[in-house]
Ligand binder design. Structure first.
Ligand code: C2E
Ligand code: SIN
Ligand code: SIN
Ligand code: FE
Ligand code: FE
Length: 382
């Protein structure tokens, strides 16, 4: 054997992290590594804090498959006093026997114990001193965490924290770049902040409802939520006289309008390339939403004429969110419709244009639709 080869006999145990993997897969991989030293750690999970709404939401976890009832869950932080205490102390918390919470009514704790978890080590996560969420190490055995193992667990915890921060920063950069691109054009005047928030929340409502049957993960739900409002970014490439036309578009004009999904896809690809973001986990969700949100289940949509399940689920979801908000909002070419009229239209369009399950998922939640509409109103202009 040559001298040179001798120097390269070790394979870095974490080499897999170099790759372009979604966060969940990185977390699963690290969990396997951690279990080699700490076999009692049965689950890693991450919950993120949303500052705007002061809620904590499940983001991802290392257990295979869908592990509801613990997934797809969110709670105002004010409802979780035991977790608030962690933030107050700015320290991790070791619970050797989750029985101490058995009298607690907090839903999250009940869900965790219902799954058989007996012990937990919880680290608060910070980015530049700002609290961003929690990392949970859960064990099925009580008293399994030995205080002296915590030093090593802390190191893994910080590695995971860096992976999360890296992912969140990439998403934030991407959204900021796409938004900046949009804001540099006349198109910004046509899309209100309230429309963006509503579209995001309708899409999340649908995604959460479908999550158990379609195996949509919390991480995917979050990305659908963040990326849905960007679906029309390609409209910045459509001339004003078409975009703002008060009346119906003629065929030639509509043909131009129909180029907005492909233009959107191109803009997003360019941004991903320019910011070197092409390698983070779920950029395809954004690409697919921009390119395929006008595809129709029966194949009559554009730009590709995809049918049924050929259309990615995130695009089918965004499409229903988009059409519902378009119908219930005023446009240069139409007045806003009542919810009832819009519901009737969605029912008519479901199975031909729109995905049946996505429409049902929205219609099942009329109370939540009203809440979203109350919360995100357009400022009255006309
Ligand atoms: P948008 O205004 O965001 O509408 C998105 C989608 O909502 C439309 O996709 C359509 O599927 C649905 N939608 C909106 N309003 C109505 C309506 O009054 N009746 C029905 N049945 N569906 C409605 P579509 O048709 O592919 O249009 C894409 C974009 O093209 C629209 O986005 C809008 O920017 C523009 N557009 C469509 N029709 C007209 C029009 O007659 N005049 C003008 N000025 N723009 C139009
Ligand atoms: C989860 O369990 O899926 C998220 C984190 C938690 O709240 O335990
Ligand atoms: C809690 O809700 O504070 C306890 C549950 C956990 O640590 O995962
Ligand atoms: Fe569109
Ligand atoms: Fe739209």
């Amino acid at each position: 054997m040559s001298h040179e080869e001798d120097l390269f006999t070790h394979q870095d145990t974490l080499a897999k992290l170099h790759g372009n993997l979604p966060l969940t897969e990185k977390l699963r991989f690290l969990h396997q590594i951690i279990r080699q030293d700490f076999p009692f750690i049965d689950r890693l999970s991450i919950a993120l804090f949303d500052e705007k709404t002061e809620t904590l939401k499940t983001y991802t976890h290392s257990t295979e498959g869908n592990d509801s009832p613990v997934s797809t869950y969110e709670t105002p932080l004010s409802n979780a006093p035991s977790l608030q205490a962690i933030i107050k102390h700015r320290r991790p918390r070791l619970v050797q026997d989750l029985k101490i919470f058995s009298k607690g009514t907090h839903e999250h704790t009940q869900r965790i114990t219902a799954k058989g978890y007996k012990a937990s080590y919880t680290m608060p996560l910070y980015q530049s001193d700002t609290f961003i969420g929690f990392l949970f190490f859960n064990s099925l055995q009580a008293y399994s965490f030995k205080p002296k193992s915590l030093r090593q667990i802390d190191i893994y915890g910080h590695l995971i924290a860096l992976m999360v921060i890296n992912e969140l920063t990439a998403i934030r950069t991407l959204l900021a770049a796409v938004r900046a691109t949009r804001n540099m054009t006349h198109y910004r005047d046509l899309e209100t902040g309230a429309h963006i928030d509503r579209t995001a929340h309708y899409a999340r409502l649908i995604a959460r409802e479908l999550a158990p049957s379609y195996n949509i993960t919390d991480e995917q739900i979050e990305h659908i939520f963040l990326f849905s409002p960007m679906h029309d970014v390609g409209k910045i490439g459509i001339p004003d006289n078409i975009l703002r036309k008060p009346g119906k578009l003629d065929q030639a004009e509509f043909d131009v309008m129909k180029t907005h999904p492909s233009k959107g896809r191109e803009i997003i690809d360019a941004v991903l390339e320019d910011f070197s973001l092409g390698t983070f986990g779920h950029t395809n969700i954004l690409r697919n939403i921009a390119e395929y949100h006008h595809e129709a289940i029966d194949g009559s949509g554009y730009p590709k004429g995809l049918k049924g399940e050929e259309i990615p689920i995130e695009a089918r979801i965004s499409s229903v969110a988009d059409v519902f908000d378009a119908l219930t909002s005023p446009r240069s070419y139409k007045k806003s419709w009542s919810n009832e009229k819009a519901f009737t239209m969605l029912r008519q369009m479901s199975n031909s244009k729109l995905d049946y399950d996505c429409v049902q998922a929205l219609l099942k939640n009329t109370d939540k639709i009203l809440e979203i509409q109350q919360r995100f109103r357009d400022e009255a202009i006309d």
